[in-house]
Design a protein around this ligand. Structure first.
Ligand SMILES: [Cu+2]
Length: 478
């Protein structure tokens, strides 16, 4: 299929502009038709399916990790360079998939081979071709769960999510990485829960789907906006290794620079049915009384003293040694009247003070410090949604506010451990306008870890949190 264009010359000029000189593949410049990446169910009925199997087989058989024709070469790029929880998550992976797809064509000898995507919003079960444990099946690896329905969310597609890049508020990139990206890694488990996730062939279809959701988000319009091509955001280069890179600007548009599109570029409009019946959703829709009585049980923990926890950071409340297992759990976060005033000030005029301290605090976070994974949990297969329970506040529908602040699973912990070295610390920002609401709670504020399981999730202790804290910070992150 050929996309209507102003003319071939204009296209070549635009492409030349968009691609960095160091990474100019001439065949891309010469390309005038868009390659179409299909959904797996359609892909597997085409001759391209055999080409993919052939490429994966050959690449897995090649044990020279320095050779781009080997499977290990692509895993080591992800292990060493992938940006998670930092800017360029989407754009970096777009370029990574682009280079990988070209390599699949080279290895298979099929110039028409494209990467398929796995649309789990339509087909929440891992495609059967990936789960057949036959030795000769190059798409099989050991995993924990095969159905990702419990972790899907519509949050990134909400009409209020209008910004793109991490670091802005209501940002698609931040939300989409948070979910569905992270929990799909987590729930499938096995290597997918680690930084070596590209070993699992489903990694590539998962990320093609994430890339597709980005394309769909842009084309949905409604005020959703990317940084302009002239924005400094697009200057510089994505680096994959010492000999592989791509200009950031060329990852702005899948069509005009990279020459591909997706068979379906519409945002999902609904969750698969089983998720609609999920018990956690019912809980969130309960009335005030039911909600209060159905919060996950409150554990009892030692409360650390309020104190400075780093430069410009102060812990108002918290809990020590929080252990997570197959059950959901709530942790109380009692706040002194003095510190409630600090929160109210942050919520009111963006500047909170603590008596006796010189700092001016501007943001609020939940910080999980010294997070550890039990040995059995390193392969994932589960995850937790984190909710701040603010019972005195009501949603637009009159329900008590359970504020989703993020999630926690093996993928995020493995990633932080790999990139950060040392003790793992994870931070969950709380929007400033809610700081005043936290201040109103004093003793009623709590944080819930809602455990989400698949069919074969591990039981027993999986995660240890050395200290959980409600912190204020001098950073202004909104
Ligand atoms: Cu990923």
């Amino acid at each position: 299929m050929t996309q209507a264009r102003p003319g071939r010359r204009a296209f070549l000029e635009r492409s030349a502009l968009a691609l960095g000189a160091a990474s100019l593949p001439l065949e891309v410049l010469a390309q005038t038709t868009l390659k179409i990446r299909p959904e797996w169910q359609a892909f597997k009925t085409t001759p391209r399916y055999d080409s993919l199997l052939k490429a994966v087989r050959l690449m897995k058989a090649n044990t020279n990790a320095a050779d781009p024709n080997s499977w290990a070469y692509w895993t080591s790029i992800h292990l060493n360079k992938c940006p998670h929880s930092i800017p360029y998550f989407l754009a970096w992976h777009r370029g990574y998939l682009y280079h990988f797809e070209r390599r699949l064509r080279t290895v298979s000898g099929d110039s028409l081979l494209v990467l398929p995507y796995w649309d789990y919003y339509s087909y929440p079960n891992l495609p059967a071709e990936f789960t057949n444990p036959n030795n000769a099946n190059p798409l099989f690896v050991a995993r924990i769960n095969t159905n990702v329905r419990p972790v899907l969310t519509m949050a990134p597609f909400a009409p209020t999510v209008l910004n793109f890049q991490r670091g802005t508020s209501n940002a698609f990139e931040t939300l989409c990485e948070d979910a569905p990206h992270n929990p799909v890694h987590d729930l499938i488990g096995g290597v997918m829960a680690t930084m070596e996730s590209p070993i699992d062939p489903i990694f590539w279809l998962h990320h093609a789907n994430i890339d597709r959701l980005w394309v769909a988000w842009v084309s949905a319009g409604g005020g959703r906006k990317m940084p302009a091509t002239t924005n400094a955001y697009w200057s510089g280069t994505h680096v994959y290794n010492s000999s592989l890179s791509l200009s950031r600007l060329s990852t702005y548009s899948n069509r005009s620079s990279l020459g591909y599109r997706y068979a379906n570029e519409a945002l999902p409009t609904r969750l698969p049915l089983a998720r609609l019946a999920d018990p956690n959703i019912r809980r969130a829709q309960a009335g005030a009384r039911e909600l209060a009585s159905s919060l996950p049980p409150v554990g009892s923990f030692r409360i650390p003293s309020p104190r400075e926890t780093g430069k410009g950071r102060f812990a108002l409340s918290g809990a020590e040694k929080v252990g997570l297992d197959e059950n959901s759990l709530s942790v109380q976060l009692p706040i002194s009247a003095e510190h409630a005033r600090t929160l109210a000030a942050i919520g009111g005029n963006k500047a909170g003070r603590i008596p006796g301290r010189a700092d001016t605090y501007r943001s609020v976070h939940i910080t999980l410090d010294s997070v550890e994974l039990a040995e059995l949990a390193k392969q994932g297969g589960f995850y937790y949604e984190l909710y701040l329970n603010i019972p005195s506040r009501r949603t637009a529908l009159g329900r008590p506010l359970n504020l989703y602040i993020g999630n926690l699973g093996a993928f995020k912990i493995n990633s932080a451990a790999h990139h950060g070295g040392g003790a793992v610390q994870l931070r969950y920002p709380i929007r400033r306008h809610l700081a005043g609401a936290l201040a109103d709670e004093l003793s009623a504020l709590s944080l819930s870890f809602v455990r989400i399981n698949g069919d074969h999730s591990p039981r027993g202790g999986v995660i240890g949190v050395g200290e959980l804290r409600l912190e204020v910070s001098t950073e202004d992150d909104e």
